[in-house]
Design a binder for this molecule. Structure first.
Ligand code: ADP
Ligand code: MG
Length: 375
């Protein structure tokens, strides 16, 4: 039987913690994550899916029916809407544990490929008939959904508009290469995708969560759980062993030292560097350093890997090896990969090619390899 949701608001909690350096002083506010239950490899849906109900449409109305309204109120049940034959269809589900972002679904009404609706575009809520045929709905398998994104920088010389209205949707499991001339806004775009920078205007949904509505803390949590980064310059800590470098993201995720090291060793093994764990980054080649950086990106089991010119500092042969690694992660592990490159040969490892020119997408389509495959 599923456990009831923990009702923290109704319970008084006492938390004991060590404070040897006296960083915490009386009167300060501290945030504590209380883990009440943990389950791995379960089906989860974003909480927004359980809150969603179709907007009323006159005269008949497709909004929540009386039955759906009643079912939402039953304990451990919820109502989801899937997009079927151009219409929202209500599905009653049994829910398990939940955190503030996702809820476990323990019943088996959902099928692979079901398109779960998270919200409707405001623009389409006003219109009537065409809403479902043309309307934007957020579907479960979209890792990235970006609408009319702009980014301006303010410099001494005035305002510089670097991204000028970018629309892009990336589905789970895609492998996307971004190309374009220097200064066309690729890195700016990647930094926004990675929540390292904020857009000036536009909407960015990452893993079905509207990033603009999140606090800094929630954004950091989302970033750490969904995204792994790989940079051109590897960005490893020079005085730390490879194991410690790889384990670093887990420190922020508050994983115990023992588990951090075990998980770091496992991912180092998966990138072929099992026997180098105690080495320092300076003791290995550039290609090996980039493998370590990829291992570090993988240690949190990310859904999405973002890589800005990951082969920019590597020779051709090593670049090919690194690209093969990205390709395997995409093909075998189903990880979504988005990478920036200047080299057409590198871009050909991807399945989709997006070309940026002067802050806009000039072209978006399959790579030559994929087009050949389709013929
Ligand atoms: P790319 O990665 O395609 O080479 P970038 O996204 O790095 O391009 O830069 C796009 C433009 O934005 C460039 O003209 C760059 O000078 C400008 N730019 C990038 N970051 C800043 C910043 N922090 N302040 C002002 N201008 C910036
Ligand atoms: Mg760049």
């Amino acid at each position: 039987m599923p456990q009831p949701f923990p009702m923290l608001s109704r319970t008084m909690w006492f938390v004991t913690l060590k404070n040897p350096d006296e960083i915490l002083a009386p009167g300060m506010t501290a945030y504590v994550n209380v883990i009440l239950a943990e389950r791995k490899n379960v089906l989860v849906v974003p909480n927004a899916a359980l809150r969603y109900k179709p907007t009323e449409m006159s005269p008949k109305g497709t909004g929540d029916t009386q039955k759906a309204k009643k079912e939402r109120k039953e304990p451990n049940t919820g109502v989801l809407y899937v997009f079927e034959n151009g219409e929202p269809k209500a599905i009653k589900v049994t829910t398990g544990i939940s955190d503030n972002r996702f809820t476990e679904i323990v019943s088996d009404e959902l099928k692979a490929g079901d398109k779960i609706i998270l919200e409707e575009s405001k623009a389409f809520c006003k219109s009537s008939r065409s809403r479902w045929s043309n309307g934007k709905t957020l579907l479960m398998n979209e890792v990235i959904q970006i609408t009319q994104l702009t980014k301006n920088y303010y410099t001494d010389a005035g305002e510089v508009c670097v991204l000028k209205g970018v629309d892009m949707t990336i589905q789970s499991g895609e492998f996307v290469a971004i190309m374009g001339p220097s200064g066309s806004g690729k890195s700016t775009f990647m930094n926004i995708l990675g929540c390292l920078d904020k857009a000036t205007a536009g909407e960015y949904f990452l893993n079905q969560t509207n990033t603009s509505s999140l606090s800094k803390n929630d954004l950091a949590t989302l970033r750490n759980t969904v995204i792994g980064f790989v940079f051109q310059g590897f960005n490893l800590l020079p005085r730390k062993s490879l194991i410690d470098n790889v384990a670093l993201p887990l420190v922020y995720a508050e994983v115990s030292l023992h588990e951090r090291r075990e998980r770091a060793k496992m991912v180092l093994k998966s990138v072929g560097l099992e026997s180098f764990g105690t080495y320092l980054p300076t003791h290995i080649s550039g290609g090996q350093q980039q493998r370590v950086a990829i291992a570090r990106a993988l240690v949190n089991h990310p859904k999405l890997i973002l890589a800005d010119e990951p082969t920019g500092n590597l020779d051709t042969k090593t670049s090919q090896e690194i690209m093969q690694l990205f390709s395997d992660l995409n093909e075998k592990e189903g990880i979504t990969v988005v990478l920036v490159t200047h080299e057409p040969d590198i871009a050909e490892y991807a399945k989709r090619l997006v070309n940026f020119v002067d802050g806009k997408i000039q072209h978006d389509g399959p790579t030559a390899r994929m087009m050949e495959k389709a013929q």
